[in-house]
Design a protein around this ligand. Structure first.
Ligand SMILES: Nc1ncnc2c1ncn2[C@@H]1O[C@H](COP(=O)(O)OP(=O)(O)OP(=O)(O)O)[C@@H](O)[C@H]1O
Ligand code: SF4
Ligand SMILES: [Mg+2]
Length: 425
């Protein structure tokens, strides 16, 4: 199956999802979630501020769906992942899992939840103990939870290894004997050991080679179908997120700025930040070879989460920012069915504050409009010129070209590319 076919199948799956899944109780409900890390100074370690890593997130995750979370480095994605799996204690807000408030559940009470909610970590190299065999690593959750699977731990671990495409003979081997992709499969097997309901995957493929990324993404997709899993997948790569997600939340500086079903987000992004992120993704469409495409290059650094900008946090880098953006924080509201955005002057939607049209002088400086003669399909890697957009992934990947010079025209086109080989045949 081609990458597009995978996407279309996802759309169909969302449409076909039983009505009770779409309207019924979410598996996970997050309301006003906050995590502030104290900044301490001096001999007395007095608190002088706080890193507002996560600053008021609200979203639902429904059974069987995949929610993609995307945003630049440091915007709070991993912190959010650690909060919803209760590896970190929230500062404020509420987390409900299957209708139960788990926000501040004690370590003792949270233990059964650990079976239902599992995390896959970004770095398959550091997340596996090098001194333990694969059998010990994948079997650890059974020991921790004092669960004796039918047929014994060894048999079950070998079954899990087979499930993720490894051999049962790998049971006695050590992590250093495996490649990055194989290690990530081991991490996935460990996460699946206790048959979780929700899997939070924090950048599960960003440390892997592009061709291996596709295999792991497709494995996650297959396992979801097979085991009825629900995913929250964190990534900074919009091309990966697109191919795995039913809905996508875009984060900026600790907040969700846009939340939508995948198709609508890619076809009609409403938040300027999303538009900028999407414009950094190349379109390797052979039909468009030689056609000019445009990129929005965000200038300046991401502001500090210790003292985020007033009003809309994106106003220091947004080319549409007006006075109201500097002073009034836009709420995340539904602008179209199933499509929420937090913006006073959204793209592809009527202006929320039409009277305020005087663009801030600084806003005009905030971006460079850059273009790129698209030979992307032929050679995405060679297409790079100039500096990477600020919104681009930190990890350089051949799938994401760097911007060149030109002028953006309209909403970014449907981006159909994926990491090489992101196909399910
Ligand atoms: N334990 C901690 N103590 C203090 N600050 C922290 C801690 N963990 C994260 N932060 C800060 O919180 C902010 C969000 O970090 P987080 O790791 O969640 O971002 P991220 O979106 O996952 O970034 P990346 O894409 O680089 O993984 C950052 O400014 C980070 O420095
Ligand atoms: S137009 Fe204003 S509210 Fe919208 S993203 Fe830009 S700065 Fe924020
Ligand atoms: Mg992270």
């Amino acid at each position: 199956m081609s990458a597009d076919a995978v996407s279309n199948a996802k759309d169909a799956a969302v449409a076909d999802r039983p009505e009770e899944d779409k309207t019924g109780e979410p598996l996970l409900r997050v309301e006003g979630l906050v995590k502030h890390f104290p900044v301490k100074k001096g001999l007395l370690q007095r608190q002088v501020g706080a890193v507002k890593a996560v600053d008021g997130l609200s979203f639902d995750v429904h059974p069987g769906e995949t929610l993609g979370i995307v945003g630049e480095s440091g915007c709070g994605k991993s912190t959010m992942g650690r909060l919803i799996t209760r590896l970190d204690e929230p500062t404020d807000g509420r987390i409900e899992f299957q209708g139960h408030d788990i926000t501040h559940m004690s370590a003792g009470k949270i233990r059964p939840l650990r079976r239902d909610v599992q995390m896959i970590f970004q770095d398959p190299y550091s997340s596996l103990n090098p001194r333990h065999t694969i059998g010990t690593i994948v079997g650890a959750p059974f020991k921790l939870q004092k669960v004796e699977p039918e047929g014994g731990v060894k048999k079950e671990v070998q079954r899990l290894l087979g499930l993720v495409g490894l051999s049962p003979e790998h049971y006695n081997r050590y992590p250093h004997e495996f490649s990055g992709g194989q290690r990530q499969r081991i991490g996935i097997a460990r996460a699946l050991a206790l048959s979780p309901k929700l899997v939070v995957a924090d950048e599960p493929v960003s440390a892997l080679d592009v061709s291996i990324q596709a295999q792991v993404v497709n494995l996650l997709d297959d396992l979801q179908d097979e085991l009825g899993l629900t995913y929250v997948i964190i990534a900074h790569d919009l091309s990966v997120i697109r191919h795995v997600s039913d809905r996508i939340a875009v984060m900026y500086l600790g907040k969700i700025v846009e939340l939508s079903d995948r198709k609508s987000l890619y076809e009609r992004p409403m938040h300027p930040y999303t538009k900028a992120l999407l414009s950094a993704v190349p379109v390797p469409d052979p039909k468009r070879r030689g056609v000019k495409s445009e990129r929005i290059l965000l200038k300046g650094d991401v502001p500090s989460p210790i003292s985020p900008p007033s009003g809309c946090r994106f106003h220091t880098r947004c080319w549409k920012a007006t006075e109201v953006c500097r002073t009034v924080e836009p709420p995340l509201i539904q602008l179209e069915p199933g499509h929420e955005a937090a913006c006073h002057h959204p793209e592809n939607a009527p202006d929320q504050i039409p009277d305020d049209t005087k663009v801030l002088a600084s806003a005009r400086e905030a971006i460079a409009l850059v273009g790129d003669a698209v030979a992307a399909g032929a050679d995405a890697g060679k297409a790079s010129a100039g500096e990477p957009a600020v919104g681009e992934p930190a990890v350089s990947e051949p799938a994401v070209v760097k911007p060149a010079v030109g002028e953006p025209a309209e909403a970014p086109e449907e981006t159909s590319e994926a990491p090489k080989g992101l196909t399910k045949e």
